[in-house]
Ligand binder design. Structure first.
Ligand SMILES: Nc1nc2c(c(=O)[nH]1)N[C@H]1C(S)=C(S)[C@@H](COP(=O)(O)O)O[C@H]1N2
Ligand SMILES: [Mo]
Length: 351
């Protein structure tokens, strides 16, 4: 398939996966969404010269070569990565930022090492409460701010991978070569690419990408008072048919994906009558922690007309996806059922 990515900005590069390429459990590297605050490094860093520095509130600072990283126990995990702003353009009340539709998300199988193994090597103290990650990419524009984000030590020790492989290939340059952080089940902003420095801190890191953005806040509120984005919100999306598609009566295959970050998906239901009735969809493919579930529902339709199709996910804790997204200034975490509905037309046979 050759469908092209939908490029929103070229400098920095921000592009979403075409909807048709979201129909398989694994999202191919060449169409995996790109989200960048700065300039993607233009040349591959030399693996001989590369060092990963671990410093700050640790017993022993480390400067690991890439070879030393490769010698540590390797883990393979799958993870659904989503940008906090995904779905923003579908909000009824607009929010500024990249106009993502549904393609600011993807699922991949990553190979790497557990951050916990590295932090155990460095040794933690009572002051080791947060872990900051610094990327090697250069900021764009006047500010030229380096991309640095921190996560709490609990997440760092329980379920954070440092990945050097993506879908069986070395991590592509766009996705963070040679090493990136993956706070499994958390939004992309917590997953620093081109990682070269880990700083263990007593308090959360303070800086532009921690305090001004990636927080959920309302108009008139100081961004810093808002909550930092963490786990992905419970959500389902429809990947087939495409919105505005013209179809004919008969069996129509509705496809989609549902995900819940650190939680697991229990059920997906589809409504074709405006929410009057809901039909349980069948799951397809793998059922892995931190990864989406692909689903399908075969819809028999005989009456021509305009239809609105909605999908609604429920997680294993019994929580249901909200019918409407809760708005915030940055338009983060849009997981509304209504916002993700599609509209199609069923034309008369031979019409
Ligand atoms: N160094 C660095 N890491 C980064 C970013 C960045 O701009 N610089 N963007 C973050 C954001 S907001 C997202 S959504 C993900 C996107 O990862 P991808 O481009 O591999 O899909 O990377 C995150 N890690
Ligand atoms: Mo993001």
């Amino acid at each position: 398939m050759t469908s092209k990515m939908r490029v929103m900005t070229e400098r920095p590069r921000n592009a979403e996966t075409p909807v048709e390429r979201l129909r398989s459990w694994i999202t191919a590297n060449d169409v995996f969404f790109d989200r960048n605050q700065g300039q993607i490094p233009e040349t591959l860093v030399s693996l001989e010269e590369y060092r990963l520095n671990v410093e700050g509130e640790v017993k022993k600072t480390l400067g690991l070569s890439f070879d030393q990283i490769l010698q540590m126990p390797k883990e393979i995990v799958s993870n659904t990565l989503e940008c906090s702003g995904n779905g923003r353009s579908l909000l009824e009340t607009k929010a500024p930022g990249n106009p993502w539709t549904i393609g600011g998300v993807g699922n991949a199988v990553y190979g790497g090492i557990w951050l916990r193994d590295l932090l155990d090597l460095a040794g933690l103290t009572e002051k080791s409460r947060h872990v900051a990650f610094e990327g090697m990419d250069k900021g764009l524009g006047r500010s030229g701010i380096t991309f640095i984000r921190s996560i709490p030590i609990e997440k760092a020790m329980s379920s954070t991978l440092l990945a050097y492989e993506m879908n069986g290939e070395p991590l592509p340059i766009k996705h963070g070569f040679p090493l990136r952080c993956l706070a499994l089940g958390w939004t992309g902003a917590n997953c620093v690419k081109w990682l070269h420095r880990i700083n263990v801190l007593e308090k959360p890191y303070e800086g532009f990408f921690m305090d001004k953005v990636y927080r959920v806040f309302q108009k008139g509120q100081d961004p810093k008072e808002g909550e930092v984005v963490t786990g992905l919100s419970l959500k389902s999306m429809i990947t087939q048919p495409l919105s505005e598609e013209e179809l004919t009566p008969g069996k129509i295959t509705i496809l989609g994906a549902a995900y819940a970050g650190e939680e697991r998906i229990e059920r997906v239901e589809v409504s074709t009558d405006g929410g009057g009735s809901w039909n349980t969809a069948d799951f397809l493919g793998p059922d892995e922690s931190y990864s989406w579930r692909q689903w399908q529902y075969i819809w028999e339709v005989s009456e021509p007309g305009e239809y609105r199709i909605m999908a609604r996910a429920t997680d294993r804790e019994g929580r249901q996806q909200p019918m409407n997204a809760s708005w915030n200034v940055q338009g983060y975490g849009n997981n509304g059922v209504h916002e993700h509905a599609i509209r199609i037309r069923v034309n008369p046979m031979g019409g």
